[in-house]
Design a protein around this ligand. Structure first.
Ligand code: FAD
Length: 519
């Protein structure tokens, strides 16, 4: 039990494998005294999933920590900026758009702006009152200037990227700069030690490979956690019905076509369509529930969506790739000396792009709390499981919120989301609370993935009604004045950004030529 943990083996070379390798290597390979060895093994026979193209702003810190250049990242991963999500037709068919931006309401941490906004809700949308996102999105603006240093923004941002290129980029960096050992081989079986730990992996060409800690990043195969340990899968299809997607890449018809600042998410009769703008192409996909619609209908929806951009003839010729998944996650994510990260641990639909950020959080916790010995590993595992079980629960509640407060009733799909038996208790409790109280800091723990502001943006973007009690309605004159001042400042700030910031296309072209200043 006192054996030191010295050798870590990551199985799988998709975004999960390489991000985890990078984060652990950046934290520990400099720790020569402890002599940690990090190996990543990837099958030449099983391709990576190759989708997953929207990140959170957290990816900036992750990349910075791993030590990559942001300029190289943009150039090599065909990356662009993501400043939030624009939700179209989610309230009703034809209802227009609302935003869930990455910027928190300016000053909103000290003062609950949403409470002050409610009395003027008919005059201005919540997002327009407290942040510049609509101005940015309407003008396809970048979040920074060419002179702004790497990883710094005038407005908060994450990335849109090419998932295939991202893995190649991380792989090169991890091998060349961080000392990660890379083995290309297929794992055929898993060998147990007497105590039930994994002792080694048998590979096709390299024989048996042993390690002290194994990280399962094998995607849907879930080779170690799922197949070997048979950790039960907690299926969440009852809550989140979507289990399939048709995905396609489309070219821009014009090399100077604008690049959108947000992921566009357009609700459909039985699901929704994502639309992600990269410098050289768009990635578009229709996520849907196979229990509520057919592939043929979804293809028609996708073609109708694409027609204005690429024309009827081209839209009719698309050959999308079909992806299917069982929404849910493993009940235990760290078992014995094996921890699962990425799709091997679980996956639910990509609304709000939570998969890559969960990978980042998992990798960070493993790196920060890397058990010194086998003896302490069970304690770390218990804490890891508790934390990530909670993350999964909160993500599921937050995604379900989008469906529950929608007024769409056009199909059984939207009706079924209203059935109370499909709604998590935690979500119903929060919605009950927010009928008379505006969500804020005390409602959402500070270590939750979605902050209070995310709830405000989605609830009030979708027209949720909070009836404030009379005592709160009669706001102190000072508060009303303060809020009015803050709303005005937001308009000024938005106009300054419109005057100052280049478009995404202009900045990304410049970036190719000159690069950002290194930090
Ligand atoms: C439709 C869809 C849209 C998505 N959109 C987003 C999004 O916008 N944002 C977001 O954050 N996430 C998104 N995701 C999720 C995202 O794609 C994944 O979380 C991410 O790519 C990580 O995948 P992975 O590395 O876990 O698995 P994979 O990419 O599948 O990698 C699995 C690896 O395991 C290896 N492997 C498998 N079996 C063996 C074996 N026997 N021996 C050795 N190696 C083996 C394979 O070779 C491969 O390298 C989306 C997912 C889907 C399905």
């Amino acid at each position: 039990m006192n054996n030191p943990i010295k050798k870590i083996m990551i199985v799988g070379g998709g975004s999960a494998g390489w991000l985890t390798a990078g984060v652990i290597a950046a934290e520990h390979l400099v720790d020569k005294a402890r002599g940690i060895e990090l190996v990543l093994i990837e099958s030449p026979d099983v391709p990576i999933i190759g989708v997953g193209e929207g990140t959170w702003p957290s990816m900036r810190n992750t990349l910075k920590k791993i030590g990559v250049s942001e300029t190289d990242f943009f150039r090599e991963c065909d990356a662009s900026f993501k400043q939030g999500s624009k939700f179209i037709d989610w309230v009703k068919p034809g209802s227009g758009a609302y935003y869930h931006p990455f910027n928190l309401p300016d000053g909103g941490n000290d003062f609950n702006l949403a409470e002050q906004w409610l009395p003027v809700r008919e005059a201005v949308t919540f997002a327009d009152a407290v942040c510049p996102i609509r101005y940015i999105s309407d003008h396809n603006l970048a979040p920074k200037l060419i002179t702004t240093p790497e990883f710094v923004g005038n407005s908060n941002y994450g990335y849109h990227l090419d998932a295939g290129k991202f893995s190649v980029f991380l792989k090169k960096h991890c091998i060349e700069k961080l000392g990660v050992t890379y083995i290309q081989d297929h794992v055929v079986s898993i060998n147990s030690a007497e105590n039930g730990d994994i002792a080694s992996l048998t590979t096709k060409m390299n024989g048996d490979l042993s390690a002290d800690l194994f990280i399962d990043c094998t995607g849907f195969a879930s080779l170690l956690l799922g197949e070997h340990y048979q950790i039960p899968f907690k299926e969440e299809r009852r809550v989140l019905f979507n289990d399939s997607a048709l995905a396609v890449q489309i070219p821009y018809l014009d090399a100077d076509a604008p690049i959108a600042s947000c992921t566009l998410s357009t609700a459909q009769d039985c699901g929704w369509i994502w639309d992600i703008g990269l410098p050289t192409r768009r990635g578009v996909g229709h996520v849907f529930s196979s229990a509520h619609t057919s592939d043929e209908q979804v293809l028609k929806n996708l073609q109708a969506y694409l027609e204005p951009a690429i024309g009827k003839a081209a839209a009719e010729k698309i050959m999308p790739r079909k992806l299917t998944f069982n929404p849910g996650y493993r009940q235990e994510l760290w078992h014995k000396n094996c921890v699962g990260v990425g799709i091997a641990a679980g996956f639910i639909e990509p609304l709000e792009a939570t998969a890559l950020v969960l990978i980042e959080l998992s990798a960070q916790m493993i790196a920060e709390q890397l058990p010194a010995t086998r003896g302490v590993m069970d304690t770390v595992a218990t804490r890891f499981n508790r934390k990530f079980y909670d993350h999964w629960q909160r993500i599921i509640e937050f995604l379900k919120l989008h469906y529950v407060i929608s007024e769409r009733r056009d199909t059984d799909y939207w009706h079924d989301h209203l059935d109370a038996s499909t709604q998590p208790d935690g979500l119903r409790e929060l919605l009950e609370l927010w009928r008379y109280h505006v969500p804020w800091r005390n409602d959402i723990r500070s270590d939750e993935m979605f902050p209070w502001a995310s709830y405000q943006y989605v609830l009030y973007g979708m027209g949720f009604h909070t009836a404030l009690p009379a005592a709160v309605k009669r706001n102190a004159v000072m508060d009303i004045e303060k809020a009015g001042h803050m709303f005005n400042e937001n308009i000024k700030k938005s106009q300054t950004l419109v005057n100052k910031l280049p478009t995404n296309r202009v900045l990304l072209n410049k970036l190719r030529e000159y690069g950002f200043q290194k930090v």
